[in-house]
Design a protein around this ligand. Structure first.
Ligand SMILES: N[C@@H](CCC(=O)N[C@@H](CS)C(=O)NCC(=O)O)C(=O)O
Length: 217
């Protein structure tokens, strides 16, 4: 039975699950979660404890949380992309960085976006300021980390977490000039074919970005 991925093409966490599928040329059916496809939305509401996507369905197996989806793909649908490094210690670093991008880049970016979604005229300024400050703090941490380390080879779990989080975070709080390594990493990620495909497929939805999408990327 064909794999099914439930999500939305503009959603950062959906990209995180799409990138490994594209990178490995894995066949799957994309199930858009939107009011136009209420059955898909109902499936996700039932499958995920918080009704969030992406959700992967592989026959009778349902996997949610983008990181778990990537771990599952690495085991059940492996391909040329080294999603999880074979070396156990490199795998630890990979999983640690995945958490860094989810918790400290994606999360503050989403907080700022939610503040604008909740009240577009008058977003909660404390929430916006906190999200922006947290992003800057993580940018500087990543810049320092990149001085001494490099990411695992693409396309790994880290690629999948870093690409969408840095893509949208930079729209919320621009990566400052003193973080040139991080800015270069973002550009490198966006040039990878599976990431470029996500960026291109999401273009029709840019008008919906609550802070207004910048005229770049
Ligand atoms: N921890 C989840 C986060 C997923 C998430 O935040 N998904 C967003 C889209 S990017 C979502 O489902 N938003 C709709 C909602 O919360 O109802 C994961 O890693 O997959």
């Amino acid at each position: 039975m064909m794999l099914e991925l439930y999500g939305h093409l503009f959603s950062s966490y959906t990209w995180k699950a799409l990138i490994p599928l594209y990178a490995n040329g894995t066949e799957f059916a994309f199930k858009e979660v939107s009011p136009d496809h209420p059955r898909n939305a109902v499936f996700v509401q039932r499958a995920h404890p918080s009704g969030k996507f992406p959700v992967l369905k592989d026959g009778d197996t349902v996997v949610f949380e983008a990181t778990a989806i990537i771990e599952y793909l690495a085991v059940r649908h492996p391909g040329p992309a080294p999603l999880i490094p074979a070396d156990p210690l490199e795998a630890v670093t990979t999983r640690m960085l995945d958490r860094v991008f989810d918790h400290y880049v994606m999360h503050p970016m989403q907080q700022v976006v939610f503040a604008h979604l909740s009240n577009s005229e008058n977003p909660d300024q404390a929430m916006v300021d906190k999200g922006r400050q947290d992003l800057l703090r993580t940018y500087r941490w990543l810049e320092k980390w990149l001085e001494a380390n490099s990411l695992p080879p693409h396309v790994s779990l880290v690629t999948c977490a870093a690409a969408p989080s840095l893509f949208y975070a930079d729209w919320v709080e621009r990566i400052p000039e003193d973080c040139s390594r991080l800015a270069a990493l973002r550009a490198e990620l966006l040039a990878l074919p599976p990431v470029a495909r996500c960026v291109d497929d999401a273009r029709p939805y840019r008008a919906f970005f609550p802070l207004g999408a910048p005229d770049r990327d």
